[in-house]
Design a protein around this ligand. Sequence first.
Ligand SMILES: C[S@@+](CC[C@H](N)C(=O)[O-])C[C@H]1O[C@@H](n2cnc3c(N)ncnc32)[C@H](O)[C@@H]1O
Length: 195
Amino acid sequence: MHTARIFYNRITFLYPVINYFLAGQRKVLIDEVNKYPSGKLLEIGVGTGSHLPLYKGHEITGIDISEAMLGKARRFEKNNIRLLLMDGENLSFPNAGFDYVVMSHVLAVAKDPNRLLEHVQRVLKPGGKLFILNHFTPDNGLKYIDRAFHPLSCIFHFKSLFRLSDIDGLRKFSLVKKTGLGKGSYYQLLIFSRP
Ligand SMILES: C[S@@+](CC[C@H](N)C(=O)[O-])C[C@H]1O[C@@H](n2cnc3c(N)ncnc32)[C@H](O)[C@@H]1O
């Protein structure tokens, strides 16, 4: 049993508030995604689906391990949007089927981020783009906050100490663009290409 699944099933009700605070970052992410030509887009950890009405022209598949989060996202389901209960660390899609993969605040939540990235690499077409929005522990004063929070991380099901340089799975991708967001660039939007 995925413990993150139980956790997210329980905290789904908080998402209207969380979505309000993340609205600015979401706009930056979606503006970048929408600069690319229409294609097949997979959003992993789609959550309550707050990005779904904002994508333009893409054929979207959203997956999540939490049926409660997915239940909220279902209000956006229509012809070009399908939603599936699936584990991003065990994707059942064929190889090279997607032009784009989006992960917003999911990488640091995954049990094994490298395994998740292996699956992403497998399902992305060569030249396909990966969009990651996440916090990354910076090399400034904010690292002390992440360090202080670290003992509580397992309760909240995310890795508070999360350095970009420690994620080996990202070395298989080429960095296209990096945008710092928030105070001290604590949040980053990273766009990678699958070679
Ligand atoms: C922090 S929330 C972010 C939700 C949404 N992406 C957003 O930006 O608001 C993390 C989401 O990832 C989902 N999740 C966690 N691990 C997952 C996995 N291995 N596969 C798919 N979804 C996962 C959780 O159920 C939750 O909906």
